[in-house]
Ligand binder design. Sequence first.
Ligand code: NOJ
Length: 536
Amino acid sequence: MADEYLWWKHGLIYQIYPRSFCDSNDDGIGDLQGIASKLDYLVELGIDGIWLSPINKSPMDDFGYDIADYRGIDPIFGNNEDFDHLLDEAHKKGIKVILDQVYNHTSYKHPWFQESRKSKKSPKRDWYIWADPVGTGPPNNWLAAFGGRAWAWDHKTRQYYFHSFLREQPDLNWRNPEVQEAVFDTMRFWLNKGVDGFRFDVINFFIKDKKLRNNPLGFWGPYPRPYDWQQHIFDRDRPEVHDIIRGMRKILDEYDERMMVGEVVDEQRDPGLPTSYLGFGTDELHLAFNFALIYERWSAKKFMEHIRYYMALIPKEGWPCHVLSNHDFHRARSRYSFGRHTLARSKVLAMMLLTLRGTPFLYYGEEIGMCDGVVKRSEIEDPLGKWYWPIVTGRDPFRTPMQWTGEKYAGFSKVQPWLPVNSDHTVINVESQRRDPDSLFNFYKRLIKLRRDTPTLHAGEWLPRRSHHKVMSYYRVHKDQRMLVVLNFSRRGQTIKHKHNRRWEVVMSTRRSVGDKITGNVMMCRGYEATIFKEW
Ligand code: NOJ
């Protein structure tokens, strides 16, 4: 199979936050059987793979990003048989399954940590990062990503342990070869079962400075984070992490067509960081999310700058990966809402996501334009929200139940769900959008099909056109076909000029009829027009 036709290159991957997708046993929390019952919906939408946010056994201090058993399924979601069933069914329907694996840290309840904390002499002591106090305080100034010191004091053994996130999430010591082997074995366990790949959590955090040097202080991000005022030079992105990733890649390469996508967290939002984790494009991550767009305001020019920059940094044999929403960020629909133009904007974004070169990721509910939910203080579940309310309200609003229908609990469950259902579910839901030919859902469906059926759109080169303040436009070129994508980010009409006279035919558009032909070197675009043309 030609390289560009690999499923994870031409396909679309759909992120499911299992707690919030579909509840099959009426306990208010989504589960694996619920997901299995919605596979036909995913086939209808046209997606190629699902990424499941963590389903492993966990005390849920960080809703699964704190794993206590890498091989077991949390009973909230079902059991290993339910997983095998889901995997089988998904494969039968042509859907690949990617697991979220969290290897930077475990839960403090993981038997490895329980053993490690028993005594300084424990055989697993060095599986985590332990250090003596310096003076009367922690070993250095490192701060946790969720705020406060990254060192927690252990009374019993009178040492500190390191945690990049919550104190309930102690970091593994990846410098220890036993840890590496244990994790690699876990990967093999899931690969042998037939999972198609992994999403690796905070992969750039794995290795920390050996000497535990202090991080330089100073504010480094584009917007103030009250809880993090240092540059993470020594606790993240250490050069040795690339050796680990190369080791992981070798394991995946022993199997057929498996893929690993990495979350590379970067306070500076520099697209150069994720792309550096692709190595030569063949030896490290297959994909690394580009989060730059998630932080960007609604601007054709800014979007284009980020995309150009990111694309330019992708190694020759690497592959881009685009994302607009996930379980940690405000939903794209809410970030860019603009009164009655909101739907038009969502369509512009959808067309961009599906026509860029690279693998698009879609967050559950994005296809129907789900918005951030409203979660009252008393309903907050996310520890970030509990601590920082009202400065930061946490990530619950981005994780509310999937809106299947206009019924009381949105068809997600028959009982009150773990997070409140958005009140807009009476209007924004799958059932009603299926019936409406102009809905975002049907727009996504058509786009996904077009992308799948058109090699130029899923495999072609990406050639940006001259930058324009309001209109983003680029060509996709494959063999002898050239396509043009025009996305007007403004509600007013705009004009774009081509150097040469070309003849274009509309393939799909929000404002033109399919089959319409235009010639000449000047093109008028209507407000929020999103059009794919092909040259004829
Ligand atoms: C990144 C994940 O996306 C986030 O949800 C989680 O809280 C942290 N990593 C810690 O695992």
